[in-house]
Design a protein around this ligand. Structure first.
Ligand code: SAH
Ligand code: SF4
Ligand code: F3S
Length: 537
């Protein structure tokens, strides 16, 4: 039988990127071949995002294009994975008969079986007929069975991660928590990813260790509210020899270690410390996304005391108006948020040793009922927070959420657009100022590879550069990179531990390949809004 080729494209957040990596690994172990070219594929998979309508629109239009192709190639199998499948499954099927496979983010361990069935059916059918295969969590979340000692097969997918041939300088994601319990009124994630589930610390540490053994230099821990991580060892369950992930519980008050005196608990602070100590060859450890509430001093202390944990926090505020925050169900006030930033800076901001604390944020503009005054308060918050960068989104009503059902989307689009642009302009000023403040400082830079400029010089196409991290392209792109890198003195790019991008030329007499993946001391000589430029010392 010929090898089936799969094209897998990812939309959305880091959680989805990790899911795609796991799915790709699982499918290639089963003998499928991953291809970077959609037109050569027997199977086209989109791993989708539902967080804003715009994200979904992209997938709708891709599917529309595939419908025409499927008339020419009836054996083509099309799959929609991820959050959109979970949120929009029924509608997708009704409107897009081209879709053969639907698989929610909580069911990805079932994908090989679905795909195999769909392929067999498709190939034995003479076009037209349906080969439809569906796995969604729906309302009857099978994860809820976890506590009653059913095995969590999704955990097996994470555990089976194939870790091999990591390109030098590569980073990796490691999931620590799935799902979310917060139910911010605008957000689909609790519906698409289900309830919060924490992975056992042993699995996480082991995964970090295996990644580092394979050459990974930076690990980013993932969770929607990553600092809420908590694993209770007294409640640990083992099924078929495997420790099971654990449902999150909602705790009022402090997440400090002291709050759990007498209990055998791994808190987020404990987890960070344990990874730092037990994976000593990992140069950089970071985590996203932090929730501004319940961020205990214990976590800040661990970050301060562990030199290989990055001085970088992504802590979305969403709004600077208490009225809006309340209606978003965020559970903190603007003052509490800013107090947290002050506390974090107090512990972690050390520009004098090249370790300024860098913050990034998310803001939603045009949430229902947001007045000019509310928006002014958001501007104020952004100015005071001084993010190095901030993602600004126009509110997008999402069916199924509380805001969609109960609060009319009454801010006109042109107002949303204007607020978006105003805030972007303010953030640009701040980013620019922060960049310039770094001139004259010396940073440890983790070198990730040749800069885009050098890659272009090396003859890579724009598409190849953009998709440099795509599974199948990496190898071929790197081979050419390596060949050309040895021919001249190219520019390298990397990041500080505060996530600032740095460019510098390969020092005279050195081979750039030897520096990729290393930490190099770079003195910053000039800067623009997005990047720093300097010389290696
Ligand atoms: N768990 C993270 C965020 C996950 S979603 C957190 O709580 O911070 C990523 C970002 O998308 C959010 O921070 C928010 O700014 C934005 N977002 C989520 N739902 C949205 C919506 N309905 N409209 C516009 N932006 C939204
Ligand atoms: Fe969505 Fe809020 Fe959960 Fe973040 S914390 S994923 S914004 S519900
Ligand atoms: Fe999108 Fe789902 Fe991530 S909705 S942001 S892909 S969790």
């Amino acid at each position: 039988m010929t090898t089936r080729r799969i094209y897998l494209e990812t939309f959305g957040c880091q959680m989805n990127e990790l899911d795609s990596e796991l799915v790709a690994g699982q499918l290639s172990r089963l003998g499928y071949e991953l291809t970077p070219r959609a037109e050569d594929a027997h199977v086209v998979l989109y791993n989708t995002c539902s967080v804003r309508e715009q994200a979904e629109q992209k997938v709708w239009s891709r599917l529309g294009e595939l419908a025409a192709r499927k008339r020419r190639q009836p054996s083509l199998v099309v799959g929609v994975l991820g959050c959109m499948a979970e949120r929009d499954g029924e509608d997708l099927i009704r409107r897009m008969p081209v879709v053969d496979v639907l698989c929610g983010p909580g069911e990805l361990d079932k994908l090989p079986a679905l795909l195999d069935n769909a392929l067999r059916t498709r190939e034995s059918l003479s076009g037209g007929a349906s080969a439809r295969q569906i796995a969604l969590q729906g309302n009857t979340s099978r994860r809820s069975a976890t506590l009653s000692a059913a095995s969590d097969d999704l955990e097996l997918l994470d555990l089976s991660r194939s870790i091999s041939a990591t390109p030098p300088g590569a980073g990796a994601y490691v999931r620590i928590t799935r799902g979310c319990n917060k139910f911010c009124t605008y957000c689909v994630v609790p519906f698409t990813r289900g309830a919060e589930v924490h992975r056992p610390p042993g699995h996480i540490i082991d995964e970090c260790r295996r990644l580092v053994d394979a050459g990974v230099r930076e690990i980013t821990l993932l969770g929607q509210t990553v600092n809420h991580y908590r694993f209770e060892h007294d409640a640990e369950q083992i099924v078929n020899g495997i420790v099971q992930p654990q449902k999150g519980r909602t705790y009022k008050g402090s997440h400090n270690r002291d709050a759990f005196a007498g209990e055998r608990v791994t808190t987020f602070a404990d987890l960070l410390y344990q990874i730092h100590e037990q994976v000593p060859d990992l140069p950089r450890l970071r985590f996203v996304t932090s929730y501004p509430r319940d961020f205990g001093d214990d976590v800040l202390q661990v970050i301060r005391d562990c030199p290989r944990i990055c001085r970088y926090l992504h802590v979305p505020a969403q709004s600077g108006s208490d009225r809006v925050l309340r209606r978003m169900n965020r559970g903190y006030t603007c003052a509490e948020y800013l107090e947290f930033l002050d506390r974090a800076r107090g512990f972690l901001d050390q520009p004098e040793v090249g370790r300024p604390l860098m913050l990034s944020g998310d803001i939603i503009v045009g949430f229902p009922g947001e007045t000019d005054e509310d928006f002014e308060q958001t501007i104020d918050l952004v100015r005071r927070a001084r993010y190095k960068n901030c993602f600004i989104f126009k509110y997008s009503p999402r069916p199924g959420t509380v805001a969609y059902d109960r609060i009319p989307d009454d801010v006109p689009d042109e107002v949303k657009r204007r607020r978006n642009n105003d805030l972007l302009a303010i953030q640009e000023e701040i980013s620019d100022a922060i960049s310039r403040e770094q001139i004259g400082r010396t940073f440890d830079v983790l070198v990730e590879g040749l800069s885009k400029r050098s890659l272009k010089h090396a003859g890579l196409t724009k598409g190849e550069i953009r998709r440099k991290n795509a599974v199948a392209l990496t190898i071929s792109a790197r081979t050419r990179e390596t060949t050309v890198a040895s021919a001249h003195r190219p520019q390298l790019s990397g990041r500080t531990d505060g996530d600032l991008i740095v460019f510098f030329d390969t020092p005279e007499g050195q081979n750039p390949d030897d520096l990729i993946g290393q930490i190099v001391s770079v003195r910053i000589s000039h800067a623009d809004r997005l990047s720093l430029f300097g010389e290696a010392l």
